[in-house]
Design a protein around this ligand. Structure first.
Ligand SMILES: [Zn+2]
Length: 437
């Protein structure tokens, strides 16, 4: 039986704005004294009115544009109703059928395109802390995070391995950082990952699909990889024993245990109708003007993919181009020397990528030391040596008669001629080649 995993990803990115999504409380909640950054709006007290944060909406649209999405000319917020202790209002303001952006894609290094179904805006919830106080297990709620702008990026189930999922996630991470809308620090929970996995099984009975499982709130690329791999093998095993196929209603929600490296059942998945979405009555719908989209498009800097492809165009090997890109200081050094005719930029990049050069030191000096042939290429050296050989016919004859140590004389002349820039080993090889002709 042949099987193909089908993997989709929901990625939540916390935006770095000054204030929260619908009120003026500070959005920077990390490490703050619990419940010191709240107000009637983000606590959902009766009568409080939300005012949307323009900067956050623009950041959401920028993410969409950077992911090749269409920014929709009409959009609105909706209420997603559910009760949870970290959601004081009893509903979350999100977007249902008219997200700000839709229909984008990310291209993997293999050339495969992963569809981005939608990029929408919502608000984060509070945080629960499960602790022991006076010998009793209790849950504490901190609402500082409640109402922080959150962008959700939903992919299509186009990935067929955990490796593809990891590459997709890394690209999203690089892009949101490159356009400066979020630091996407996974340890601080600024980027949270939710893979949805099932498996397509191909046999004589045709194509059959295992039930969908969504794994919630993963905070590292490697955990996402482990959770996906675990799910794929678990689902195949379960299918072999139960034969249960995907239906409209049997999607489940699972958690991930990073210690045991397993996923576990949390609940059977709510469907959209369980959330009783309806348009947010306190926020009028949006008409998005083309001028705004064009302005945002102009504000997007060169994206990681473009920068890496430009490095590759300079002759740098793709694997080194990625290493150089990953470190802003390395990238800065490569940009500084890319026009320098005395520097072979591909060689410099490989030396930097392999940590042979201290990039905060005198880069050019170190480069020249490590790369003695400097700018003198082998063809130029041949011309130099040929001239020396032609100028000294008697010594050439003596060499051929058996005085092989005379090669040292020719190498010495060539070193002089090239002002010490050429590598003696290369010269020696070329000299012997010429003398033996
Ligand atoms: Zn507030």
């Amino acid at each position: 039986m042949k099987f193909t995993p089908l993997i989709g990803l929901e990625v939540h990115v916390e935006l770095e704005t000054k204030s929260k999504m619908f009120c003026s409380c500070p959005a920077d909640h990390f490490g703050k004294e619990p419940n010191t950054q709240t107000c009637p709006v983000c606590l959902g007290l009766p009568g409080a009115l939300p005012v949307p944060n323009q900067k956050a909406i623009e950041s959401c649209m920028k993410i969409g544009l950077a992911l090749n999405c269409h920014v929709n000319s009409q959009s609105k917020f909706d209420r997603k109703q559910y009760f949870y202790p970290d959601l004081a209002k009893g509903y979350q303001i999100s977007q249902y059928d008219e997200p700000f952006c839709s229909n984008g894609h990310i291209t993997l290094d293999s050339g495969k395109k992963i569809g981005v179904e939608r990029v929408h805006m919502e608000e984060d919830t509070g945080k629960l802390q499960h602790v022991v106080l006076d010998g009793k297990k209790v849950s504490l709620v901190d609402y500082n995070r409640s109402g922080v702008p959150l962008v959700e990026i939903v992919s299509r189930p186009d990935m067929s391995s955990s490796a593809e999922a990891k590459e997709y996630l890394k690209k999203i991470h690089d892009i949101v950082r490159a356009i400066s809308v979020s630091s996407a620090d996974m340890e601080k929970g600024q980027m949270r990952l939710e893979p949805t996995v099932n498996v397509c099984l191909e046999s004589e009975q045709g194509l059959r699909y295992t039930p969908l499982a969504e794994v919630k709130n993963i905070n590292s690329f490697n955990y996402a990889v482990q959770a996906i791999d675990y799910e794929v093998s678990r689902q195949i095993k379960e299918f072999e024993s139960t034969g249960q196929e995907k239906t409209e209603t049997n999607k489940t929600t699972r958690g991930y245990d990073s210690v045991k490296k397993i996923t576990f059942l949390q609940r059977t998945k709510e469907e959209a109708k369980d959330y009783r979405y309806f348009p947010e009555p306190d926020i009028p719908p949006f008409i998005i003007e083309n001028e705004l989209i064009e302005k945002l498009q102009r504000e997007i800097p060169e994206l990681p993919e473009q920068i890496i492809s430009n490095l590759i165009k300079l002759g740098i090997e793709p694997k080194y181009a990625k290493i150089i890109y990953a470190n802003p200081e390395s990238l800065e050094v490569v940009k500084r020397y890319q026009e320098d005719t005395e520097v072979d930029i591909a060689k410099l990049a490989s030396l930097i990528a392999n940590k042979k050069i201290n990039i905060s030191g005198d880069v050019k000096k170190e480069y020249q030391k490590l790369n003695k042939t400097g700018n003198t290429n082998v063809e130029e050296l041949r011309v130099v040596i040929e001239k020396i050989v032609n100028d000294n016919p008697k010594l050439v004859a003596d060499y051929k008669a058996g005085k092989t140590n005379l090669s040292g004389f020719f190498v010495g002349q060539a070193i002089k001629e090239t002002k010490g820039k050429a590598d003696p080993k290369t010269l020696n090889k070329l000299v012997v080649e010429f003398l033996r002709k």
